[in-house]
Write a protein that binds this ligand. Structure first.
Ligand code: NI
Length: 183
């Protein structure tokens, strides 16, 4: 596999704070290429031989805005078995419903745009159903839960210019810990 040359924006870049726009179909060739590059990058970043070789930080999700492109598209690559991956290409997502129950990642969330360790609670819905369009513009729905629900919410925040670090209480990073479930 060849590592795609992606320029991932750092948290200091103002572009990351832009609100992304709805995408119309058909997608351009360029957008399709960017989607494929992101899938390859995220996959390689989770395979030891590649992350060691290229000194990559493992990541499972990336939104177009993290490459400076303000379009409502994000990709999630989940390792479902040892070096077996499932991809989600999510375009124009909208939350249809979500659980009352909140969860948070005990180890803290990570982001390829945040190059430092940040601890604290980021409250997320335990489950949600979203509508979105696939790469051909077909309208779809998906129900997500647990870590994938967290990943979807993290990426949907990017589309609104929000980073996970914004959601951590600066003065009390573990505030309301007892009101949600750790995953
Ligand atoms: Ni992120």
């Amino acid at each position: 596999m060849k590592l795609p040359d992606l320029k991932i924006l750092d948290e200091k870049e103002k572009t990351l704070r832009l609100k992304s726009h709805e995408v119309s179909f058909p997608l351009s060739k360029e957008d399709k290429k960017t989607i494929n590059d992101i899938i390859t990058y995220l996959t390689m970043s989770q395979i030891k031989k590649y992350y060691e070789k290229y000194n990559l930080r493992p990541g499972m999700g990336l939104a177009f805005i993290q490459l400076g492109i303000p379009k409502n598209i994000f990709i999630i690559v989940e390792e479902v078995d040892d070096e077996v991956f499932e991809n989600y290409v999510i375009i124009n997502p909208k939350i249809i419903s979500h659980s009352e129950e909140l969860i948070y990642v005990g180890e803290g969330e990570g982001c390829l745009s945040v190059n430092r360790e940040v601890t604290g609670i980021v409250p997320r819905y335990a489950r949600m159903t979203i509508s979105y369009q696939d790469i051909d513009g077909n309208q779809k729905q998906i129900r997500v839960r647990e870590d994938i629900s967290v990943a979807f919410q993290h990426e949907m925040d990017h589309l609104n210019g929000i980073l996970f670090i914004d959601k951590i209480d600066k003065n009390d990073p573990f505030k309301n810990k007892d009101k949600m479930r750790e995953i």
